[in-house]
Ligand binder design. Sequence first.
Ligand SMILES: *Cc1c(COP(=O)(O)O)cnc(C)c1O
Length: 356
Amino acid sequence: MKTHNFSAGPCILPGQVFEEASQALIDFDNLGLSVVEISHRSKNFVAVMNEAVALVKELLSVPETHEVVFLQGGASLQFAMVAFNFLSEAGTAEYLDTGAWAFKAHKEAAGLGSATIVASSKDKNYNFIPKGYTINPEADYFHCTSNNTIYGTQMKSFPETRVPVICDMSSDIFSRTVDVSKFDLIYAGAQKNLGPAGATMVIVRKDALGKSGRYIPTMLKYQTHIDKGSMFNTPPVFSVYVSMLTLRWLKENGGVEAIESRNEAKAALLYNEIDRNSLFVGTAAVEDRSTMNACFLLNDEAHKAAFDDLVKAAKINGINGHRDVGGYRASMYNALSLESVQVLVNCMKELEKTHA
Ligand SMILES: *Cc1c(COP(=O)(O)O)cnc(C)c1O
C-alpha cells in the first residue's frame, strides 16, 4: 500500500524520478559509474547542469535579461546573499514580513545595513498577507515570500513598483505561472518542489548586479556563479541531477500551466472539505490560502487520537502542523496526486461520521 506523503519539505517527488535517480546512482549514462562519483566537469555532468538550467528557462519563460544558477546553502543563505548583492551602504531595503522565513530574511539584511519591515502579519500569527502598504520608491529592493510554508498563506499578486522585487519562492516555485520579468531575483531551495535538499535555484536579472558597492565574499557573489555556469566550486551534483529529472517530468506533464490547474483542483478538494466538515477549521485567511500548504485545526482536540488513527491507517505521512501553528498541515506539492488528497478527505469524512 502506497504512503501518501504530505510532508512540507523535504517533500514528495515523482515516483518516476526516484526510479531514474536510483538507477543513475548505480550506473549513470552507461558509464559503469554513479552520477555522484563522476567529475562535475565531465561532459556527462555538464550536460545535466545545462539541461537543468535550460528547463528552468523554458518552463518559467525566463527572459534573456535573466540568468539561472544552482547554488548551495539553502534558501537561508540567500537571505544574506541578497543583502550583500543588492543592499548598498547608504541605501535601504524593504521587507514584507509574512512569516518566520520572511522575518529571518529581514534579519540578515538588517545586520548588514538598513532594512525596514513595510508591513507584517506577525501579531495575527501570520495568518494573512498584509496588503495596502507603500514601498519606499528609493529603496534598493523590496523582498517578499510568495508562499508561507508554515502558515499556509500565499501571495496571489505582487506589488506593482519600480523598486526591484526579490522573492523567496522556495515553496511554490514551478507550482503556478509567474512573470519572471517582474522580479530582479527569485530564489528557491530545491527541497520543497524541485528535488532533494542541497541545491538552491536562483534566477537573477543580470544588469541588476554589481550595484551594492560592497566587498562581496567570492562565494556570496551571484556574478561568480553566473560567470562559471554554477561550477565555480563543486556543485551539489545529486540534487541538481534529480532537480533536472523533476523538471523533465514537469515538462512531459504539460509544464507549469498544466500543473497549476492540477494544484488548484487538489487545493479546492481539501479546502472544500475543511470548510464543509463541522469538525475542522482552516487557520489562514480564505483569500490568502496557499495551494501548496493547507493548515487546519480540529475544533475539538478530543478528536485528535481518533483522527490520527484514521490518518495512520490510511498511510498518510507528514500532516502534523508546524509547532508555531499546531493542528495539521497538508502540503500538496506538484508530485502529490489528487488521489492522495482524496484519501485525506475521506479520513476527515470518516471522522465526522463517527464523531460529530
Ligand atoms: C523551507 C523554506 C526556507 C528555508 O529553506 P532552506 O533551504 O532550509 O534554507 C526558506 N523560505 C521558505 C519559504 C521555505 O519554505
